[in-house]
Structure formats: C-alpha cells, structure tokens
Design a protein around this ligand. Structure first.
Ligand code: AMP
Length: 188
C-alpha cells in the first residue's frame, strides 16, 4: 500500500470533515523537526517517498512498521515535553484534559494540534479502546472550540494519522485542525 492514503471518511452534510490518512505530500519537511532525534526515521523516509511520488517498497514498509512498533513502546514523546512546558509551544486552547497548540510545520493558515494531556495508551487512534470514548469525544469537541477560536468554524478539517502506513510521526494521539484555505478532496 502506498503512503498516499490509508482510509478516509467524511460527511457531505458538514462543511467540516474528519479524515484518517495522510496530509498533503508537502506536509513533511525535508529537515528533521525541532527537538526530534536526528535518526532517519523510517516513517520520515515514507514521507519523503510521498513527496517524490515514488511508491513504497516492501522493505520500506517493513521498516516503517518496525519503527511504529518501537514507537508504541510507551516511551515519552516530544508532546509530553510540550505538555510539561519543558519545550515551548504556542497554545491556543487548554483545559483539564486536552492541550491545543500550533503545529511547528503548518500546512494551512490555521494548523493546530489537539492532544490528550494523559495519553493513557493512546499512542495512535488504532490503539483506542472503549475506555477512551470520553477523551476521544472531548478531543473532537476541543477541535471545534479551536476552530471557533481561530475563526474557521464554518469550514475546517480534522485529520488523524494513525500508524506507519499513514506516516504518523509522533506517537501520542493528536488531531490536526486545519483551515483558513480551501481544502481539496480527496486528501493527498
Ligand atoms: P503526525 O505526522 O500526524 O504524527 O503529526 C505530527 C505533527 O507534529 C507534525 O505535523 C509536526 O509538524 C508536528 N510537530 C513536531 N514537533 C513539533 C513541535 N515541537 N511543536 C509543534 N508541532 C510539532
């Protein structure tokens, strides 16, 4: 399977949408993001493939899967340091359960990440269990609050990349809230 798409669903009844898959191929920077390891992460290799529109090889896909397995070890991520304020971020919304801050590599005029403060095993959406229903609903509602605060509630997109095939790069569940420009469909 290529890195272009994993799966997607949306609602034609709503101007906003929820997408599970990857953002634009232009999403990924060539450089390693701040505060992240200089190790050439297989998932990032996956993103590079998307940028160059070259199909993934079986070897690359296996490497990305191995990286995801390691990432799901439960080790702290860069988002834990953002929650603890150890590293700076531009916070746009916060309550007792979630934190929303601007993405360091924005893919739209508004690009905010919404994360649970307590990860509770939610390294990725694919790890969700029934006990997570409350926080998952809370994250979606917080995304709507962010959209309101950012002035894009009339039309915005919420994206969750889940797992190596979707080129997820930070293993702490996060919702991308994107808006401020015309979105395309299907995403890519
Ligand atoms: P994903 O690829 O879906 O796992 O998304 C991870 C997102 O985290 C990317 O869009 C990155 O740009 C973003 N990111 C990584 N490091 C930081 C940081 N220090 N502050 C804000 N956003 C970050």
């Amino acid at each position: 399977m290529s890195c272009q798409y994993m799966a997607a669903f949306g609602s034609s009844l709503l101007r906003s949408s929820i997408t599970f898959g990857v953002l634009s191929p232009l999403k990924r920077p060539n450089s390693i993001p701040l505060f992240q390891s200089s190790f050439q992460h297989p998932v990032r290799q996956c993103a590079r493939r998307a940028m160059s529109r070259v199909s993934a090889t079986h070897d690359d896909e296996a490497a990305a899967r191995a990286a995801a397995t390691e990432a799901n070890s439960g080790a702290p991520t860069i988002f834990d340091k953002i929650i603890s304020k150890e590293i700076p971020s531009t916070i746009v919304y916060e309550d007792e359960k979630v934190l929303a801050f601007r993405d360091i590599n924005p893919q739209a005029p508004v690009h905010v990440l919404v994360i649970p403060k307590f990860r509770d095993g939610l390294t990725e959406l694919g790890k969700a269990e029934p006990r997570h229903e409350d926080i998952l609903g809370h994250l979606l509602h917080a995304s709507k609050i962010v959209a309101e605060k950012e002035g894009i509630v009339d039309g915005f997109r919420v994206v969750i990349n889940s797992g190596a095939t979707a080129c997820q790069s930070v293993y702490h569940l996060h919702l991308h809230v994107l808006g401020g420009r015309q979105m395309k469909w299907p995403p890519g």
